[in-house]
Design a protein around this ligand. Structure first.
Ligand SMILES: O=C(O)c1ccccc1NCC(=O)[C@H](O)[C@H](O)COP(=O)(O)O
Length: 270
């Protein structure tokens, strides 16, 4: 659907950087950590997110995808701890899956961070980036890959390309029209982003507005803006199968030592 009109300046800058990286990633070789098949594509044996969610439910944990997010355009600071240590602490706190930012210029992420995290934990790992075209998938192995409906030209083709490589595509939407596009593209894991990329403001009402139209057989994820146990309850009551949480766990503004496991636990043990 590719609508970049009206996005916040920071998002425009992120997309420009993604296009620039796309010229070297995949086309001229990997930027790090991929295991290419003979045709240069990555080939993944993915850990199942729906299975990880089911396991959390059985064990009375809220299914949370905890995000290793060193910084972002809206963060109050930067955390520079080892991503592996952060991810291990998140799993210790009950996270069902880990999301790793691989975007380098606005989020301080890297494919190498994801590769190391995936080797260190046994839960599914999401590659969180701004993938605009197929060749950008062949950078690093991950269990899930994010595709943002708003920013890609041919969503059905990218969903199919992700599956061809073994990734579980997580298609991110923000409104009813994008949800329709995701369903037409045969997405089975859909995230509703509460962060409006036009103004970068967060409104949990976004998820509540879109969720009722999502078919039951879709794995539905509430993304962004979940900051405390009350928000967790609110998103679960609105139908979230799992929650993607970054800032509340990373606690960027806190300059003291942060207990990442405890930050995660207070959101998984609601
Ligand atoms: O987080 C940002 O500042 C941001 C800015 C521009 C585009 C995307 C952005 N975030 C990406 C995300 O989707 C979040 O990292 C993720 O959903 C977690 O959100 P939160 O729990 O609010 O950190």
């Amino acid at each position: 659907m590719n609508s970049e009109s009206n996005v916040a300046p920071a998002v425009r800058s992120i997309l420009e950087a993604a296009r620039e990286r796309g010229r070297s990633e995949g086309d001229d070789g990997p930027s790090g950590g991929r295991t290419p098949a003979s045709d240069g594509r990555v080939s993944v044996e993915a850990r199942s997110l729906p299975d990880a969610i089911e396991r959390a439910e059985r064990e009375d944990r809220v299914p949370v995808i905890a995000e290793v997010k060193p910084t972002s355009p809206t963060s109050d600071g930067t955390r520079d701890e080892d991503p592996v240590e952060l991810a291990r602490a998140m799993v210790e706190g009950g996270a069902s899956a880990i999301s790793v930012l691989t975007e380098p210029t606005h989020f301080d992420g890297s494919p190498e961070a994801l590769r190391r995290v995936r080797a260190a934990v046994d839960v599914p790992v999401l590659r969180k980036d701004f993938v605009l075209r197929e060749s950008q998938m062949d950078v690093v192995e991950a269990d899930l890959i994010l595709l943002i409906a708003r920013f890609v030209d041919d969503l059905p083709a990218l969903v199919a390309a992700a599956r061809d490589r073994g990734f579980q595509p997580l298609v991110e939407v923000h409104d009813a029209a994008e949800l329709e596009a995701a369903l037409e593209a045969d997405a089975s894991i859909i995230g509703v982003n509460n962060r409006d990329l036009t103004k970068l403001e967060v409104d949990l009402g976004t998820f509540e507005g879109v969720a009722p139209a999502v078919p039951d057989d879709v794995t539905l994820i509430a993304e962004s803006g979940v900051s405390d146990p009350a928000d967790v309850r609110r998103m679960r009551e609105a139908g979230a199968d799992a929650l993607l949480i970054g800032s509340a766990i990373m606690d960027h503004a806190n300059t003291d030592e942060v207990d990442i496991a405890e930050n995660t636990r207070r959101l998984t043990r609601v």
